[in-house]
Design a protein around this ligand. Sequence first.
Ligand code: BEZ
Length: 194
Amino acid sequence: MSDNTISRNKAMTKFDQHDSVWLFGYGSLIFKADFPFIERRPAHIVGWSRRFWQGSHDHRGTVQAPGRVVTLIQDEGATCAGMAYLITPEVFDHLDYREKNGYLRLSTDIIFEDHSSAEGLIYIATEENAAFLGPAPERDIARQIAKAEGPSGRNADYLLGLAVALRELGKEDAHVFEIERHLQLLNAINQDAE
Ligand code: BEZ
C-alpha cells in the first residue's frame, strides 16, 4: 500500500451524498476534535479492539524516532468505546489529509448509549500500510512512546490524554491503561535518577 491514503479515501464515496455522517473516534478524537461537528455522543463499536500498533512519523514522532498511535484490530466479540461525531461529508477532506499516513475510511455500525445505532465511519490503519508497527509488549510500547515527539506534540501526551478521556467516559481499556502504567513507572524512575 502507498504511504499516502488520500486518493484511496477519496474513492470511498459511500456517504458523499449524505447531509451528515456519524464518525466514530477512538483515539485523539475522543478528547480533541479539530473540525466542526453538529453533535457528539459517547458510543461504541463491536468486533474491534484499540491498539497502539500504528507508527507515527508525521504527528507524534519523526522518521528517525516514530511514535505509536492507535488503530483498530478486528477482534470478534470485543467492544471499543469512544466518541461519535455527527459531521458533514466536507470534513472528510480535512481528516483524509490529517490521517494520510496509512488510515483508510471504513463503514461500520456505531452504537450509542441509548442502544440506538447508525451506520457511520471509522478510520483504520491495517497491517498493509507502511507505517504499521504491529504488536509489542506494553512495556516496550511505553518505552517507545516515552521517547517520541513530533509536530503534533509529545507521544506521551497523546497516550495520557487518551487514558484520561477514557476514564472520563467511564470506560476500561486494559491495553491503554497498562501502557499508561508503564509510562508512569518510567517517568518515576527518570525522576529518581535526576
Ligand atoms: C481517532 O482518534 O479516532 C482517529 C484515529 C485514527 C484516525 C482518525 C481518527
